[in-house]
Structures are given as C-alpha cells and as structure tokens.
Design a protein around this ligand. Sequence first.
Ligand SMILES: Nc1ncnc2c1ncn2[C@@H]1O[C@H](COP(=O)(O)OP(=O)(O)OP(=O)(O)O)[C@@H](O)[C@H]1O
Length: 258
Amino acid sequence: MLEARGVSVRFGGLTAVDAVDACFAAGELVGIIGPNGAGKTTFFNALSGVTAPTSGEILARGQRLTGRRAERFAARGVARTFQTPRVFAEMTVRDNIAFGLRFAGRRPRRFWLWGEERDVPWSLRTPESILALIGLPQLAALPAAAITPSQQRLLEIGMALATRPRVLLLDEVAAGLTEAEVEQMARLIRRLRDELDLTVVWIEHAVTTLLRHVERVIVLHQGRKIADGTPAEVVRHPEVVEAYLGDEMADAGSGAAA
Ligand SMILES: Nc1ncnc2c1ncn2[C@@H]1O[C@H](COP(=O)(O)OP(=O)(O)OP(=O)(O)O)[C@@H](O)[C@H]1O
C-alpha cells in the first residue's frame, strides 16, 4: 500500500531521517516508536507528502509520489493526523467532518482508486455516519473548541476518514489520554482497520501502550531504522534496548503482543 525506499530528510547539517526503508501492506496495523528526536514525525511528514524527502522514494501501490504535494497523497488515499490536533475550532464538530468530505472531492459513491473500482463504505458517506463511527454523534452541533482534547483527537481521525483513505497515519493520538481513553482509542483503531480494511501506521511516544496493540513495530533511533518486527522481537533487540536504556523496554516487553 505504502512504501518508503531509502528515504532521508535533512535539515541543513542534521539528518532527521536516514535512509529508511519501510513497507506497509494492506490491512496491517504497524507502530513506529523511537526516543525523543528519533525522526518519527519527520518520517510521517515524508510518508504523507508534508515534507519532500531529500533523497529516496515514496510509493503508494507502486506509484511514485515523491515530491508531490500533500493533497496528491490524500487523493491517492493516504490520510494522517497531527501531533497537535488540527481541527477548525470555530466550526461545529459536524462541519469539521463535512469539510473533510468536501476535501475528498466530488467523487461518486463508486470511485476509482489505484486502478480498482470500489464502493465507499456506508459508514464513510455522511458526516453523521462518520460521527457514529468515531463515537461522537452527540457532539455534532458543538463548536470543535468546546469539546475535550481527547474528543478533538477523535474528531481529527474522523476528518481523516472523511477523505476516504486506504492508509491512515496516526501521530501520537494517545498522548495526554487517560488509561481508559487510551484503551478505547486502541479499540477504535483496530475496529477501523478491520471494518474499513485500512492500513494503519501509528506513532506513539508511550512505548508500552503501542506495543500492546500493534502487530508489527518499526523502531527509529537518530533517524535510522534499527528494528522492524513483532513487538516481542523488538523489545529483545540489543540496539533497541540500548536506545531506550533498557528499563522502558523491559517494562514494555512484559505486555508486548507476540
Ligand atoms: N523543520 C525542522 N527544521 C530543523 N530541524 C528539524 C525540523 N523538524 C524536525 N527537526 C529535527 O529533526 C530531528 C527529528 O525530529 P522529529 O520531530 O521527527 O522526531 P520525533 O521522533 O518525532 O520526536 P518526538 O518524539 O520528540 O516528537 C530532531 O532533531 C528535530 O529537532
């Protein structure tokens, strides 16, 4: 679905992402972790067309999108959320979703995507159906500024879904949530992946949380990919243990999915 080949992003003399290869298959739920400044968000920016890689290629279903604008990535079915939710504060919750639907263009109910004719799932056709999917129907008439930060994160996911993606990139959607909210968020992400047949790539700073919920995890450290495997594999990986100074990984390892 989405592939990075030797992607590097440099800012002046700093290499934020260093020759990263990564492949995300249909229906996968993949996590990306790494210590502070590891290059996670910069890598996401490259995967979603927000930042052009300095070198390397980004491909969606084999088609090269390197250097194209973010709108082009969205039109090809790649949608994302941001570390700080970007919702329209003055607009109602419903209108934020409606904006996402308009952004998806005036595509008919059956639309061509990557050479396949697909039905838009019923749950992604109207603002109301999307609000029901993300569990916010009762907040539709409120301005986005009036809902809680965790509800704003859900709303941003709803806006991304409104663009009818095939790949959903989530940047720290569990940050600042209570433990119960994190569990709910993780359940929602799995359900979206299952019901909409999405590929989900999820960055999270909280390693323990992420390792419990994903099937594969990529570890970045100082811009390089140092591990790529199941949660149980990466927590034992010597370079990962060293990058995290051991302790956090030992804790995470006890809850990691096999
Ligand atoms: N626009 C920019 N200009 C210059 N340097 C940048 C820019 N964006 C990121 N960086 C630098 O690139 C490196 C990687 O940053 P990035 O935000 O991608 O890391 P991260 O893994 O997402 O970190 P965190 O977990 O703290 O969010 C850091 O050293 C950061 O300071």
